[in-house]
Unconditional design. Structure first.
Length: 195
């Protein structure tokens, strides 16, 4: 396995329409800024995006996971990327404070922003490693596979957790393989030769 890489306090840019979609609005939703509710939501989104940071971890290795579905996705891959994205502690505290002070509508917006940003953190990792891979005639796939998907059993989450040393990023894992903070995602993808 190549060296574990950590990227801390990364600010991820995400399209605002994806955040609205995460909150249940149609993808083409356009807020009406003459309405107080829409103004408040837009302001909350902007504030959340200014304050949120993620911690990212990845390692490049050989595939050691037992899964026919994952094996099929990686069939043309020369290596495997194991990655994780989690909310930085400062944003978790902001979200908890909103809930404690019963600012629940703002908390819902912050939660949606966190979900979208954490997912986008995995794409950020792929783009980040592709910068050096392209010089070698390689590229990381945009498709990803996560523990609990297809035939990749959820218990593989523990293996990912250990490989990436997620404990060092403040992430905990339960006996049922759930990660906390809740806004933590892991995935596996492949690296292929550029055709």
């Amino acid at each position: 396995m190549e060296k574990l890489q950590n990227l801390k306090d990364v600010q991820i840019k995400v399209p605002v329409n994806k955040i609205y979609q995460r909150m249940g609005y149609p993808l083409d939703y356009s807020p009406d800024m003459s309405k107080n509710r829409d103004k408040r939501i837009a302001s909350d989104i902007s504030d959340a995006l200014c304050n949120i940071r993620v911690n990212l971890a990845y390692a490049i290795a050989q595939n050691t996971f037992e899964s026919k579905d994952l094996e099929h996705m990686l069939r043309n891959s020369v290596k495997t990327v194991i990655m994780a994205s989690t909310i930085a502690p400062s944003f978790i505290k902001l979200l908890q404070d909103l809930i404690k002070t019963e600012k629940l509508s703002t908390a819902v917006v912050y939660d949606a922003v966190a979900s979208e940003v954490v997912d986008s953190g995995l794409s950020y990792i792929t783009k980040h490693i592709n910068i050096s891979l392209e010089k070698k005639g390689l590229k990381a796939l945009t498709r990803r596979f996560s523990a609990g998907y297809g035939d990749l059993e959820l218990f593989n989450q523990k293996k990912i957790y250990d490989i990436l040393r997620l404990k060092d990023l403040g992430v905990k894992i339960s006996k049922t393989y759930m990660l906390t903070p809740e806004k933590t995602v892991t995935a596996i993808t492949g690296i292929e030769k550029i055709k």
